[in-house]
Design a protein around this ligand. Sequence first.
Ligand code: AMP
Ligand code: MG
Length: 330
Amino acid sequence: MTHPYRSELKTALRSVRLAARACRSVQAGITTESLAKKDSSPVTVADYASQAIVCHSLQTSFPGDPVIGEEGAAELRVPEGSVFLEKVLSECRNVGLMATPQQVCDWIDLGGNSTYSPRFWTLDPIDGTKGYLRKEQYAISLALIIDGTIELGVLGCPNMPVSDASDEVGVLAWAIRGHGAWMQPLDHSEAPAVPVQVSSTSVPSDLLFCESVESGHSSHDWSGLIAAELGIHREPIRMDSQCKYLAVARGDADLYLRLPTRKGYQEKIWDHAGGVLVVTEAGGQVSDIHGRPADFSQGSTLAINEGMVVTNGKVHPVVIDAIRKHAPAV
Ligand code: AMP
Ligand code: MG
């Protein structure tokens, strides 16, 4: 594949693979007891380790590039954070990244940027923290944005099935704008990359849609009305994280609805950028609930958008109409 971002892609894929290893290692230690206690410390450790690993790679390869992400290291720099910091260091060491506590905090803080610039990366080191804790779906999402346009997007999905025909889990998907979307088993960097392609479903009642597990992140009541309007007969797939973008991109689902639960919530760019490019390069379509394109030139949020609608491209207008028809009065 010839494209202008060869070295960016190489760095992004390698770092997301490494980050996924750290996430898996921490996730393996989550017990039913820690879940019952609602102990969220594993996700804290893995979140920081994942961010440190990716930001270290980006800084080494592209020293001038800012990274806009969710986490900063402030919590780790105070005395109470030292237990976490020690665990983060140990996870970094496990994947071959030797560092001092100071270095790890500095790498994490690289991703705590929020100022917009003409070229930057956006990172969600663990998207879908609830899914991560439940040992279900989560994603590591990384994207390169230049002049407000997503040029490169990577999704590491450590618990997604490689294919229908396999028990293996772990998918790495990526896209370069204008050069298609691709995927590979996360654990086999030597395996051939296969093109990712959306479904061809065009009859609304045949659609299979996906949405957040969390009804606080996307309205299940509203999606229920839309499904009834379109005559959709299959139950939605409820899944955490940007794995929903991969599900639509490779045709596991035809539609992903993210319907605002309250006025004023601004979607974060790191919750979407990686997924948006993968699905659009796979032939899909993305807009907000009003049919407006997702605008990544507004800083760290999609400030002029509301919610998100992701389709296989064949049914976008009919879905937007149904959303509008059933919009709750506010
Ligand atoms: P999901 O896994 O699809 O439920 O989405 C997880 C993401 O939802 C998190 O990374 C949060 O940034 C984001 N989030 C938090 N609160 C809200 C909200 N009120 N509406 C939409 N998304 C939210
Ligand atoms: Mg997120």
